[in-house]
Design a protein around this ligand. Structure first.
Ligand code: MOS
Length: 781
């Protein structure tokens, strides 16, 4: 199936056409095209599929220990329950399901820990059995009647636990090849730091966090002969298809993955979890569709999470505040088995001018499930550390925090001296600062007060790499102006359906409501993982390319001798108002134009390989390998989106209750395809930023290496009462280098700097510097 839709034709790139402004086109603030389907329940999420009329239901049994072996599973009580059909354990699964390679190892999995491959237990909450029954209730009851015995060993929970193992993140080598990331470094940072007249040398910490999408981790599998269909909400359907094929020993063409709507992801559905292959196997064994709905608690251990991190930052500056040394060391927790890391020094060393930079990342192996991507994975913890340290430097050097950023602004990244494709950081600071009223701030910590409330104002930079992936799309235009766009991109709630429809409407000159977009299905041409904020840039560009191909086909048909626009220059034909128009203003109807092509409809398939991606990128994409290009990885330039974030905190002098009533962010992200959905996304990011700074943390019982606030009652997130005013401002920016349409990613940009901005505001309110997140009442007693 994967290659069935192979290239029809791609053609060459036409010169860009003047884009007529019209409602619903690129740049228009357009409400979501899928909004009605979502609020009426017509939109079907992964969890809404049952695979057929007579599905069986699975329930997971999970490990009660974090480290050791299973010595016995007594399933006699469970099997005796009416309705129980099958029980999968390591005894009957074993190597029938391969562990698969992790995402960071160029595989597809979030973890290489194959739960039913052996008796080995790697972490608390690992799947130890899958019970399948006629009803969910019977499966759940049976799972609870399993008696699992263990030989357990003392687990290591996190940093500072006995038995953890710290290794340099780049130490892992395969056949002499370094699997680790680059360690950004320039000049002689230790010496420059030693010599600096103004210095900061501090440690920072960020907590464990879990995604907690509202839609639970569900999977439905059904077989038709040797063909498997999987319904599961996913940010990466081609990745899931290819990963499952590897795990189950199938051809990718035997598997279809369907995920049209997604009830929250935040990174948790980017890599394949181990549950999916087990449900596919269960369905095969019993010859019926199987539906799994994991519980909220199980979601904490069968999927990934954001691992806790530690940082040491050393900043050296001269008396004017100019950085002379920057040393960023990071430590991240991962599982005993995998090497997952986020290694955010790629970003933190690319933010400010500095002649001497050093960085290092180490990973700490503990007896935990493997962490994974979550909401700006590298940038959130690493910029919390750097932007907190920059604020400390501002106070040490007696310079306004905004001015300190201006003093260290640059148009070339400091490691290799590459130019940014565009960088509007200080414009963002000026715009957001003005909206916030920063000039009214009194610099002295503890000097602003309103009755019982101590007021603090803080700010921070935000940045996110502009990453673009290879992508393919098929677009069909019918004589009545109806358009169908097909690509296996994903709308994780961010508005992908809408921006894709806008792009096609814009390029084909039809109203938005004539465009029908199909996403999230491996039966469609491939698109990259919905990660790294790449979807809008990757997919809108390839859809525009396919539309341009349609325009060329129509232009050729109408300008032939005897055609309705006989004699016109095909290169100057535009599509507008559901018609074909030449540069003299002569029009032909779409109906006539399509008829002239000799087909009932005009179809175009296009592929796009972004700048910096290897020529094999498209083959890799069909294999579910997205190969995102951009950020700090390009050889000839560097591309990031930037923003500035300001926060007001109010801390009650008696109770120490902390509020964040005012958040202002200004962002530059190149072309904004839809200012409405983009604003919603950034606003959501800003709120997540406050969430991360003041609320969110997964608590770990260190004796058992076990999460104990694993539900939405005790895993704190902000509610409406916690968020009062959020201002989201776009700073206009044109970037002709990032891609044809000039789109930078901004999905994750809103979340990054907020953590530090809040901590900096807390310092300004109280004079107490909090270097460990989240900041709660007990942090400021
Ligand atoms: Mo996002 S955390 O890059 O899926």
């Amino acid at each position: 199936m994967a290659n069935a839709q192979g290239p029809e034709t791609t053609g060459t790139v036409a010169p860009p056409l003047p884009t007529p402004r019209k409602t619903g086109g690129i740049g228009a603030a357009t409400p979501r095209v899928d909004g009605r389907a979502k609020v009426t329940g017509a939109a079907r999420y992964g969890s809404d599929f049952f695979g057929g009329p007579d599905p069986a239901y699975a329930f997971l049994a999970t490990s009660a220990i974090a480290r050791g072996r299973i010595t016995e599973i007594d399933d006699s009580d469970a099997r005796a329950l009416p309705g129980v059909i099958d029980i999968l354990t390591h005894r009957n699964v074993g190597d029938r399901v391969k562990p698969g390679k992790t995402f960071s190892d160029k595989g597809y999995m979030g973890t290489s820990i194959a739960p039913l491959a052996s008796d080995r237990v790697w972490h608390d909450g690992q799947i130890v059995a899958v019970v399948v029954a006629d009803s969910y209730e019977a499966a759940r009851d049976a799972a609870r009647r399993l008696r699992v015995s263990y030989a357990d060993e003392t687990p290591s929970a996190s940093f500072d636990s006995p038995g953890t193992e710290t290794v340099s993140a780049e130490s892992k080598s395969k056949e002499g090849e370094k699997a680790g990331q680059e360690k950004p470094k320039v000049g002689d940072a230790p010496r420059a730091f030693e010599a600096a007249p103004v210095k900061i040398d501090q440690h920072y910490e960020t907590p464990t966090q879990h995604h907690n999408p509202i839609e639970l981790f569900t999977t439905t599998c059904a077989w038709d002969g040797d063909q498997l269909t999987v319904w599961e909400s996913s940010q990466n359907v081609y990745g899931y298809q290819n990963g499952l094929a590897e795990q189950l020993g199938l051809e990718p063409s035997q598997i279809r993955v369907v995920s049209p709507f997604i009830g929250g992801a935040f990174g948790s559905r980017g890599s394949l979890t181990q549950r999916t292959a087990l449900i596919a196997l269960a369905s095969k064994r019993i010859g019926r569709p199987v539906v799994l709905e994991a519980t909220r608690q199980q979601g904490f251990t069968i999927a990934t999470y954001r691992a806790e991190t530690r940082h040491r930052i050393r900043l050296g500056a001269d008396q004017s505040g100019k950085l002379t040394a920057l040393i960023h060391e990071g430590w991240e927790v991962t599982s005993r088995k995998d090497e997952y890391k986020v290694a955010g020094t790629d970003a933190s060393t690319r933010l400010y001018a500095c002649p001497n930079i050093d960085s290092d990342v180490s990973i700490v192996h503990a007896d935990r499930n493997t962490p994974g991507f979550m909401r700006s994975p590298p940038e959130v913890p690493y910029l919390f550390a750097l932007e907190s340290a920059m604020d400390e430097l501002a106070y040490a050097a007696k310079i306004d925090p905004v001015e300190l950023r201006r003093i260290n602004d640059t148009d070339r990244e400091p490691i290799k001296g590459l130019p940014y494709t565009s960088r509007s950081l200080m414009k963002c600071f000026d715009t957001a600062g003005q909206a916030f009223g920063w000039s009214r701030r009194s610099a002295q910590p503890g000097s602003m007060r309103d009755g019982d409330w101590m007021i603090g104002w803080g700010c921070a930079s935000t940045m996110y790499p502009t990453q673009v992936g290879p992508a393919a799309a098929r677009v069909t235009l019918r004589p009545d102006g109806a358009v169908r766009v097909q690509t296996a991109a994903h709308d994780i709630g961010t508005g992908a359906y809408t921006v894709i429809a806008q792009t096609a409407a814009d390029r084909l000159g039809v109203p938005l409501d004539k465009v029908h977009v199909e996403l999230g299905d491996t039966a469609l041409p491939p698109a990259p993982v919905a990660g790294g904020s790449n979807t809008t840039a990757s997919v809108c560009n390839v859809v525009a390319k396919a539309c341009d191909e349609i325009r060329r086909k129509l232009a050729a048909a109408v300008t032939v001798s005897g055609g309705p626009l006989d004699g016109a220059d095909p290169g100057r034909i535009t599509l507008i108002n559901a018609s074909v128009m030449d540069d003299q203003g002569r029009m032909a109807s779409l109906k006539d134009a399509v008829a002239k092509t000799g087909h009932g409809a005009v179809e175009a398939y296009a592929e796009n390989i972004p700048h910096g991606a290897p020529p094999t990128a498209m083959q890799n994409l069909y294999k579910g390998q997205s190969a995102l290009a951009g950020g700090a990885k390009l050889k000839d330039r560097i591309q990031f989106a930037f923003g500035a974030q300001f926060v007001e905190v109010r801390i009650n002098a008696r109770t120490r209750e902390i509020r964040a009533p005012r958040i202002v962010g200004a962002y530059a992200g190149g072309t904004i395809v839809n200012p409405l959905t983009a604003k919603s996304q950034l606003m959501g990011g800003q709120i997540w930023g406050v969430s991360s700074a003041l609320h969110e943390a997964t608590e770990i019982d260190r004796r058992f290496a076990r999460y104990y606030n694993d539900d939405l009652a005790e895993y704190l997130i902000p509610v409406n009462a916690d968020i009062t005013e959020v201002q989201t401002i776009f700073v206009p920016e044109e970037d002709h280098q990032v891609n044809e349409l000039g789109i930078k990613g901004l999905g994750e940009l809103g979340n990054v700097g907020l953590n530090a901005a809040v901590a900096n505001a807390v310092f300004h309110a109280t004079g107490v510097r909090i270097r460990k997140l989240p900041i709660r009442i007990e942090s400021v007693l």
